[in-house]
Write a protein that binds this ligand. Structure first.
Ligand code: NDP
Length: 417
């Protein structure tokens, strides 16, 4: 692959002896190398420097898993569709929307053929489009079940946004429908694919600071005006808890790998605020795990943004600020180091968590593997959220069935690339 600059230079000056010897002294062109189907470049900097990461080496486009994105709202347009530009194993091939002019514009922006744009009534026609292998459902929560079931019955694998449904019964029906149709169902728990959260998981599971005793998880945001489906119980299923509190619950579960045996909760909504006529503003909940770990979680629609995950052990604390955010994460590890109290900050290479999550689904489709966050993971979160609401309503602790073993609702870990 290495060419000498002499090829160009010598042609220009007629190949005289003088020109050849001068050109031979020039360095080789650093053109990279094709090795095992990957383009690779040698490192440009020494091992003391941060490496560039190298080319992403995606799969050839026509070998990737084709996705239809269902529902062109904020998450779809602001995060998911741009993330397809960073996926290596997935590609966008179809759109489903109830808003034709928006869908036509978005299709043109992303190179989706007009024939591959569907509306909700015509959704089942995706069956006849062999390019669509999987659908990514990004609709209001109460619509997840219908479109998961219809997609599975149309022969497509399903990646569905969180919360997977509006109740554990609906979630279980989605699992059953996908099983009956022999289709995969993955819930889009992006944090379980995001590198900083995975680094915290590694430190917890390897007991880098000893066994975890206590987890603090906070996910707060100040939600805007009332004309949103998020304030409508029949569309959302609940307020801050299933929307943003779910991240705290799911983090406590995936970090420990355990299932809580008891929950204690309180909820609050400002009296007279019409936004909270149907759903709650704030929920505090405590989860008690079989090993003795306690997780203290807080979520709200009425407070300035804060998305903090903190893990405490007798020897130190791991703190991930921005844990549940799209970006801007700060990972700090506090521990005693000789005579000094030390706080290490760890920075990881930047990676798009939505692209990682979508690629995981694509990899599962390509290799016929169970997703790391299958439907069962979402059903379990719904069961616990139901217990949280029950505790908040009664003011009493609510016991949950004991589950032995770790990671009982999860498939194999995602690959680290
Ligand atoms: P939006 O309100 O921004 O978008 C929802 C889209 O769904 C609409 O634009 C519309 O698209 C379609 N839709 C169809 N029927 C309705 C209806 N009756 N009411 C409202 N919209 C309808 O929601 P988000 O994108 O914020 O959320 C969508 C899903 O994604 C939710 O389940 C949410 O929990 C999840 N989410 C996950 C996040 C994450 O980080 N993983 C972050 C944000 C949301 P069209 O016009 O194309 O039909």
């Amino acid at each position: 692959m290495r060419r000498r600059i002499v090829q160009m230079g010598a042609a220009g000056i007629g190949g005289t002896l003088l020109a050849r010897s001068a050109a031979a002294a020039l360095p080789e062109i650093d053109a990279g190398k094709l090795q095992g189907g990957r383009v690779e470049f040698p490192a440009e900097v020494t091992s003391s420097e941060r490496p560039s990461g190298g080319p992403p080496n995606p799969m050839p486009v026509n070998e990737r898993v084709g996705f239809a994105v269902v529902g062109l709202g904020r998450l779809a347009l602001e995060e998911v569709l741009p993330a397809f530009g960073e996926t290596k194993k997935a590609r966008l091939v179809a759109l489903v929307s109830g808003t034709p002019d928006k869908a036509a514009r978005v299709a043109a922006e992303y190179g989706v053929r007009p024939e591959a744009v569907y509306d909700y009534a015509g959704f089942d026609r995706i069956r006849d489009n062999p390019e669509i292998k999987a659908v990514y459902i990004i609709l209001p929560n109460s619509m997840h079940k219908e479109y998961t079931v219809r997609a599975a019955q149309a022969g497509k694998d399903v990646l569905c946004e969180k919360p997977m449904a509006v109740s554990s019964a609906e979630g279980q029906a989605m699992v059953d429908a996908c099983r009956a149709a022999q289709r995969k169902l993955m819930i889009a728990y992006r944090c379980q694919y995001e590198p900083y959260n995975r680094e915290v998981l590694r430190m917890v599971r390897e007991q880098v600071l000893g066994p975890v005793r206590f987890i603090d998880a906070v996910n707060l945001q100040n939600q805007g005006d009332g004309a949103q489906w998020r304030f409508n119980r029949s569309l959302a299923g609940g307020g801050s808890l299933p929307d943003v509190g779910l991240y705290c619950l799911n983090a406590a579960r995936f970090l420990t790998g355990e299932e809580p045996i008891e929950v204690i909760a309180r909820s609050f909504s400002p009296p007279g605020d019409p936004r909270y006529a149907e759903v709650e503003e704030t929920v505090n909940f405590m989860l008690r795990f079989p090993s003795g770990v306690v997780a203290n979680c807080a979520t709200s629609y009425g407070m300035h943004e804060s998305r903090l995950l903190r893990v405490h052990t007798p020897r130190g604390a791991i703190s991930l600020d921005g844990a549940f955010a799209y970006d801007d994460k700060q990972l700090r590890i506090a521990h005693r180091d000789g005579r000094a109290e030390s706080v290490d900050e760890r920075r990881l290479p930047k990676q798009n968590q939505f692209a990682l999550e979508i690629d995981h689904m694509a990899e599962c489709v390509l290799s016929n593997r169970q997703p790391h966050t299958p439907g069962e993971e979402g059903v379990q979160d719904h069961r616990i959220m139901e217990a949280i609401y029950q505790s908040a309503a009664s003011g009493q602790p609510v016991a949950l069935p004991r589950v032995d073993g770790l990671d009982r609702t999860r498939g194999p870990a995602p690959s680290s690339s």
